[in-house]
Design a protein around this ligand. Structure first.
Ligand code: AMP
Length: 209
């Protein structure tokens, strides 16, 4: 039963790789960031509470994230495994996850921090099909418009420089210690996350088989 986590700093490319990895493992892709953004868009009580933390690039309180993820994990399609992207982000979440469903593999996206700020602030995504671009390294053919469907690309509010810097600090302080947590459980698989998406994909393929 594949229960896999993609762990890495914001901008390390987890979101870019997650769909095909989930598909090849035959499990659903669960991104807590996507679940929270959907709650914000829908204006649910939880979404309203989460919104201000997200805008500032801070972690949403554990009880909110655990509630939204717990609901999703209890759906039937998660019975035979799942791919988590953006969760856990701290030790409280990792221990909670251990109690719900122990993880068998953690793919750790390794990339020098100097590359991340440009990746984050340059990121634009299509609100219709989800394709992710970067104005520096992977620009769309027509500025600000999706190659697939022409929709106007979105610059996430937390990808602006101030919030992006906060997210990198939060990662360093709260999430990076999970590398030792999972190494101690012998489930950590480092992935070199530098270079083009297809190079990173080839390295992941060698690990997941
Ligand atoms: P992401 O799309 O994974 O970069 O997440 C965007 C934002 O959603 C983060 O900066 C946090 O504010 C919030 N978020 C996503 N996942 C979590 C989590 N596991 N714990 C706390 N906050 C989260």
């Amino acid at each position: 039963m594949p229960r896999v986590v993609l762990l890495g700093p914001p901008g390390s490319g987890k979101g870019t790789q997650s769909e095909w990895v989930a598909h090849s493992l035959g499990v659903p892709h669960l991104s807590t960031g996507d679940l929270l953004r959907a709650a914000v868009r829908e204006g649910t009580k939880l979404g309203l509470e989460a919104d201000r933390f997200m805008r500032e690039g801070r972690l949403v309180p554990d009880e909110l994230v655990l509630a939204i993820l717990g609901d999703r994990l209890s759906m039937p399609d998660c019975r035979d495994g799942f791919l988590l992207d953006g969760f856990p982000r701290n030790e409280v979440q990792a221990e909670a996850l251990d109690r719900i469903a122990p993880i068998e593999r953690v793919l750790s996206f390794e990339i020098p921090e100097s590359a991340l700020l440009e990746r984050l602030t340059g990121r634009r995504s299509c609100p219709k099909c989800g394709t992710v671009y970067n104005i520096h390294t992977r620009p769309p053919r027509v500025a600000d418009h999706c190659d697939n469907d022409g929709a106007t690309l979105v610059h996430r509010s937390d990808d602006h420089e101030g919030a992006a810097r906060t997210r990198l600090e939060v990662y360093r302080r709260e999430t990076a210690p999970l590398l030792a947590f999972y190494a101690g459980r012998h489930v950590l698989f480092p992935i070199d996350a530098t270079g083009a998406p297809d190079e990173v994909a080839a390295r992941i393929r060698r690990v997941i088989g």
